[in-house]
Design a protein around this ligand. Structure first.
Ligand code: T3D
Length: 266
């Protein structure tokens, strides 16, 4: 049967395509498991230098599959309520952590609607491009939940508390261009240009010093919870390690020799 996550190698870029188009790529436990495995495999593969995530069909992802028996509340009178926290503990949290600690940059190409966990999964990527027809919805409040999959952490950091609360409380649809203007995503692009632009961006990142890019993400995330002086010291510690790297040697040598660098570290 068709994999729920399609994996396509494009040179040093690994494209992961969410692949349940008939259900708007809504996440089942099996699909979340496959996505995590696909990220693990990309992380473990030394030739992969960038991951690109997109959706099959007209949506990026409609978030948790609300028909999934793991989470759908039973309508039978007297039926015991389900603990949907298990889904978060066993699937969404490990996935969000894996995404945020990838040794390579992760680009999202949001091809259509991204709702609930689908939106927050995209916001957890390093660079997010979206088609102009795409939209983002914090759907949680509509069904009596709070933003998960990192939403409570990510939203205010991306757009500030006032806008974060507006998005999270109201759960309104935000079009790609507005998402870009708010700083939720990098850029909105004409639909027909999205995949070429996302692939070009991913290939560009793949040719860059991968280890420095991963450490940049780590340092930025850590700095969010540090005071100024500890953040300066953390930069110094990470920089000191990178100073011993091949890519630093190569980067400076290429600059001095006025040639294109060939980075190798990961
Ligand atoms: O539960 C836990 O473990 C906690 C974790 C929660 C994480 C979450 O992600 S909670 C949020 C879950 N997502 C949503 O609440 C979004 C629900 N979907 C929508 O609001 C809309 O479908 C969209 C805005 C995403 C798209 O709207 P539209 O008009 O383009 O499409 P549609 O007609 O609503 O959907 C098309 C079909 O997909 C439809 O099925 P049908 O009528 O053709 O048989 C619809 O039911 C189905 N679908 C869409 N989203 C989901 C879904 N089926 C299951 N789960 C979904 N999330």
């Amino acid at each position: 049967s068709e994999p729920l996550i399609q994996i396509e190698p494009h040179g040093a870029v690994r494209l992961l395509r969410l692949n349940r188009p008939d259900a708007l790529n809504a996440f089942t436990a099996a699909m979340l498991g496959q996505l995590r495995q696909a990220l693990e495999a990309a992380a473990a593969d030394a030739t992969t230098r960038c991951v690109l995530i997109t959706g099959a069909g007209r949506a990026f992802s409609a978030g948790q599959d609300l028909a999934d028996p793991h989470v759908a509340p039973s309508r039978e009178p007297g039926a015991a309520p389900k603990d949907i926290g298990h889904m978060l503990d066993h699937y969404y949290i490990p996935l969000a952590l894996r995404l945020r600690s990838m040794p390579v940059p992760v680009v999202a190409a949001v091809n259509g609607v991204a709702a609930g966990a689908g939106a927050n999964l995209a916001f957890g990527c390093d660079l997010v491009l979206a088609a102009e027809s795409a939209s983002f919805i914090q759907a949680f409040s509509r069904i009596g939940l709070i933003p998960d999959c990192g939403g409570t952490w990510l939203l205010a950091r991306l757009v500030g508390r006032a806008k974060a609360l507006e998005l999270a409380l109201l759960g309104d649809k935000v079009k790609a261009a507005e998402a870009a203007a708010l700083g939720l995503i990098s850029r909105a692009l004409p639909d027909a240009e999205l995949m070429d632009a996302a692939m070009a961006l991913a290939q560009r990142l793949a040719a860059m010093p991968t280890r420095a890019l991963a450490e940049t993400r780590r340092a930025l995330d850590e700095a969010m919870r540090l005071d100024y002086e500890p953040a300066l010291k953390r930069e110094a510690a990470l920089q000191s390690q990178l100073g011993f790297s091949y890519d630093y040697l190569e980067g400076v040598a290429a600059f001095m020799d006025k040639r294109k660098p060939e980075f190798k570290d990961r």
